[in-house]
Design a protein around this ligand. Structure first.
Ligand SMILES: [Zn+2]
Length: 314
């Protein structure tokens, strides 16, 4: 592994092949270009795996691990996206209609290349099942949690990460990685989850993403529990003290640039909010909370399609 970071990165960050067959674990970093933690975590993990293989003869990996960059163009520019949010552009119908590679631009090109790359990895390896871990960070503090569809497989992996798990989010948004990387759409047994590892530029966000990857490898049987250090459990536990265990999506506050949405300062992920609480301001005046609940992903950056989400504790 080279430590140099070229101006424009290859889509594939790297691969690690186990001596035994097993699941294909695909980690996506920088689905949003201003979120480098996932890419850095994949690089660290690839180095850790290579080190284990050389220094520990009894280290065993089952399956294959592949790390990919989500939005290459936005990552090169350190922006969330170029024209539109890649993680809202992945609805299966829309991606299937993207054909003329030479004429595609911006996020359409990214969506096409990313999905083609992952499909090629699957067809090369022919795994019995696929696990997609999409690594993100947030602008607000307290943002260590996972988002899953309601499948038992994804929920089990997410609960083992010991960070809050958000269910039902797929009803509130569309075109995300969780909508695209499904068994029905890929034709192979697939489990997908999103892991949010903290604030964009917090170095701990990289450590937490590494720990989430290692714990996922343990959950899916790619590494033996004896080979997983306790610090990976500790680092996630320490970051989620006092946060709820399981929550369900209630509503999202969608915005456009014309709304001139400005979140009021100080909100952290999973802060309790009350109905009619003054959460933000926009072109029409005050934005009040429609209900009691917990706030998630309050928007403190310029680019974004959602001002905030509200979830209910289960
Ligand atoms: Zn993100």
């Amino acid at each position: 592994m080279s430590n140099q970071i070229p101006a424009k990165r290859e889509r594939i960050i790297g691969r690690f092949d186990g001596a035994e067959g097993g699941p294909l674990l695909i980690a996506i970093g920088a689905m949003h270009g201003n979120e480098p933690a996932g890419v850095l975590a994949v690089e660290q993990l690839l180095e850790m795996l290579a080190f284990e293989r050389i220094n520990r003869p009894d280290f065993m990996y089952r399956g294959r691990f592949v790390g990919v960059i989500g939005n290459r163009q936005a990552y090169a520019k350190k922006r969330r996206f170029i024209q539109e949010d890649l993680n809202r552009s992945l609805s299966p119908d829309r991606v299937a209609a993207l054909k003329a590679e030479g004429e595609l631009q911006d996020e359409e090109l990214e969506a096409y290349e990313l999905t083609q790359t992952i499909r090629a990895e699957i067809s090369n390896y022919q795994p019995s099942h696929v696990v997609v871990l999409d690594l993100h960070t947030t602008t607000a503090d307290g943002g260590v949690f996972s988002i899953v569809d309601d499948s038992p497989g994804a929920r089990a992996i997410a609960l083992d990460l010991r960070a809050p798990v958000i269910l039902g989010m797929l009803d509130g948004i569309s075109g995300t990685s969780l909508h695209y990387f499904t068994t029905a759409n890929l034709g192979v047994s697939t489990v997908s989850l999103v892991f949010e590892s903290g604030q964009h530029d917090d170095p701990l966000s990289v450590d937490r993403a590494v720990s989430a990857l290692v714990k996922t490898m343990r959950s899916i049987g790619s590494v033996h529990p004896r080979d997983v250090e306790g610090r990976h459990d500790d680092i996630l536990k320490a970051s989620t003290e006092g946060l709820p265990y399981l929550v369900r999506f209630a509503l999202s506050h969608s915005i456009t640039v014309e709304d001139k949405f400005i979140m009021r300062p100080g909100y952290r992920n999973f802060d309790p909010i009350k109905k009619d609480e003054h959460l933000a301001d926009d072109a029409n005046g005050e934005v009040l909370s429609p209900k009691d609940g917990l706030i998630v992903m309050p928007l403190y950056q310029k680019q974004g399609d959602d001002g905030f989400f509200i979830v209910d504790e289960l």
